[in-house]
Ligand binder design. Structure first.
Ligand code: SF4
Ligand code: SF4
Length: 234
């Protein structure tokens, strides 16, 4: 620890050097430290370096799409432009507490037209559809409905998370998003149940019907063409 006389002398020198008055001593000290760091860098020959990034490596952000908000409003019936950015939805969001998900920000970016940024973001898929935000939004916006609409739009544009693609493939192949596994078969037998549940697992004809519906409704094609979604943030 500095003794009183030394501290006084140090303060006087700093004040004299930087012309600070008594109350601004901490600012003067900060400035003294900054100057010392600058002189150290100069002594080592470290110059401020400008990093030039070649233009071909700069990914151009897609321009905002002014119709995006209208598309969402039309498809969902939710007027996201009524949002006043109060943040009530985020404050009560269980997903937002542990992830980067921020419903207020997604709504804002959507109303500003950042279509690609929103639809390609992984956060779009982090809503658990618990509906807490819907209870609390002072503007009566059904945030879940808006989010689900944007998810549909993402898939229609060919952006889908890998795990969702796997689940969708399961559905197309087996008629179940989570098909039965060997352990569950065994457990069913132990419990005196039929090894397979009375679903498409038991009725092959019903599986063909499910596959037919998935094909006719365009689900099959949609999942097939979807690309893995890039990590990004809305
Ligand atoms: S519904 Fe989604 S956005 Fe709303 S509070 Fe629940 S997790 Fe958050
Ligand atoms: S609670 Fe409603 S008004 Fe507030 S930020 Fe969320 S969506 Fe917007």
């Amino acid at each position: 620890m500095m003794d009183d006389a030394l501290e006084r002398a140090f303060r006087e020198r700093v004040a004299k050097r930087f012309g600070m008055k008594k109350g601004s001593m901490s600012l003067a000290i900060e400035e003294a430290i900054r100057e010392w760091m600058r002189s150290e860098e100069e002594a080592k020959g470290v110059k401020e370096a400008k990093v030039e990034i070649p233009l071909e490596h700069v990914e151009e952000a897609p321009p905002p799409s002014p119709e995006f908000a209208e598309e969402i409003i039309r498809a969902s019936g939710e007027n996201i432009n009524k949002c006043i950015q109060c943040g009530n939805c985020v404050a009560s969001c269980p997903s937002g507490r542990i992830t980067a998900y921020n419903s207020r920000r997604i709504i804002r970016k959507a109303s500003m037209g950042y279509k690609e940024e929103v639809l390609r973001s992984i956060e779009l898929w982090l809503c658990t559809t618990c509906y807490t935000c819907v209870e609390r939004c002072p503007r009566k916006i059904d945030v879940v409905n808006a989010i689900l609409t944007m998810r549909n739009m993402a898939v229609e544009n060919g952006w889908m998370l890998d795990p969702h693609k796997v689940v969708s493939m399961n559905l197309m192949k087996t008629g179940h998003a989570v098909p039965i596994d060997q352990a569950t078969r065994e457990r069913r037998k132990e419990l005196g149940l039929s090894e397979l549940p009375p679903t498409v697992h038991q009725y092959e004809r019903a599986l063909l019907d499910v596959q037919h519906i998935l094909k006719e409704t365009g689900f099959f094609e949609l999942v097939e063409k979807a690309q893995p979604q890039k990590a990004g943030s809305a």
